[in-house]
Design a protein around this ligand. Structure first.
Ligand code: MN
Length: 302
């Protein structure tokens, strides 16, 4: 499964993690694949049905050096941050938070909810030139969709099939949700200078006639000029990509940095209530940073 086959495709299993009561498949980073373009983190959560309890409740925590992108298939997630932004993201829309030099946020299932939750959260590393930018937040209620006979392509980051997301990013990037109708085929052009990867979101889907296995990050590599999909019963895949990230990043907890000193500094700032601000809209205590002793060596260049 981990050997690149003749079509240049390599699949890596995601890791199962828990975020409170929520079961998550973590597709990035994994040991053998740290990044896909600028994307350095990719969690798939749900689908889950729930009643009175609320499956997502992540107390205030800090970020530096990245953007978070929240994309839902079902349900809703409420975002609150230390700049005072409050926004509920729903299917078809996208929340993009730019941490820049520092922000804190909380994410939770809102009181008014549909009883369903299914989605992804991705992080994009900021290039060195933009790492110290002002923090910011953008909530788009709608993203562009391209409707073809065989399915629908929704673009939440970057450009694909002639559609461009208005979400602001700091380097070339692609994030799209591709729906293939039952018994249908769908194809579109890719940027050959990008590396790309797929993750099955729902149903069944084949890429160039090879089934996309559930729970796997399917690495398509570089130099592809097109992508073609088919589905028997209907399916949905997430497609991510971008030019190979040219910088070595260091990722620890919710921080993307370059050096251990930066990580230690960001952690110390959070622990002493400096720099990041407080998430005033969240009613409970915030998350404490883990012990620095678990700081791993820098990630390899992707
Ligand atoms: Mn976060």
């Amino acid at each position: 499964m981990t050997d690149r086959n003749s079509s240049g495709i390599q699949a890596y299993p995601s890791r199962e993690v828990h975020l409170g009561a929520l079961e998550i498949a973590r597709a990035l980073p994994i040991r053998r694949r740290r990044m896909v373009g600028p994307w350095c983190f990719f969690d798939r959560f749900g689908p889950v049905s729930f009643g009175e309890e609320r499956p997502m409740d992540v107390p205030p925590h800090p970020h530096i050096g990245l953007q978070t992108v929240t994309w839902l298939l079902e349900g809703e997630v409420r975002h609150d941050d230390s700049l005072g932004y409050e926004a509920v993201v729903r299917p078809g829309g996208v929340n993009v938070m730019t941490a820049g030099r520092g922000i804190a946020h909380a994410e939770r299932t809102p009181v008014e909810n549909s009883g369903r939750l299914s989605g992804v959260q991705l992080w994009a590393a900021l290039p060195d030139a933009d790492r110290e930018t002002d923090p910011g937040f953008e909530s788009l209620a709608e993203t562009p969709a391209v409707v073809q006979a065989g399915g629908i392509i929704r673009v939440f980051s970057g450009t694909l099939a002639g559609a461009t997301s208005p979400a602001r990013h700091y380097s070339a990037i692609l994030g799209a949700d591709v729906t293939v109708h039952p018994g249908a085929a769908l194809s579109f052009d890719l940027q050959p200078e990008y590396e790309h990867a797929l993750f099955l979101l729902e149903g069944d889907c084949a890429f160039e006639h090879q089934p996309v296995e559930a729970g796997m990050l399917v690495d398509l590599g570089r130099d592809r000029t097109s992508a073609s999909f088919t589905s028997r019963g209907g399916g949905r895949v997430l497609l991510i990509g971008g030019p190979p990230f040219p910088e070595e990043i260091l990722m620890w907890w919710n921080f993307v940095a370059r050096t251990r000193e930066e990580i230690a500094g960001a952690r110390a700032n959070w622990e002493s209530h400096r720099h990041f601000g407080e998430v005033m809209a969240y009613p409970g205590p915030r998350l404490e940073a883990p012990d620095l002793g678990r700081l791993a060596p820098p990630n390899p260049v992707s």
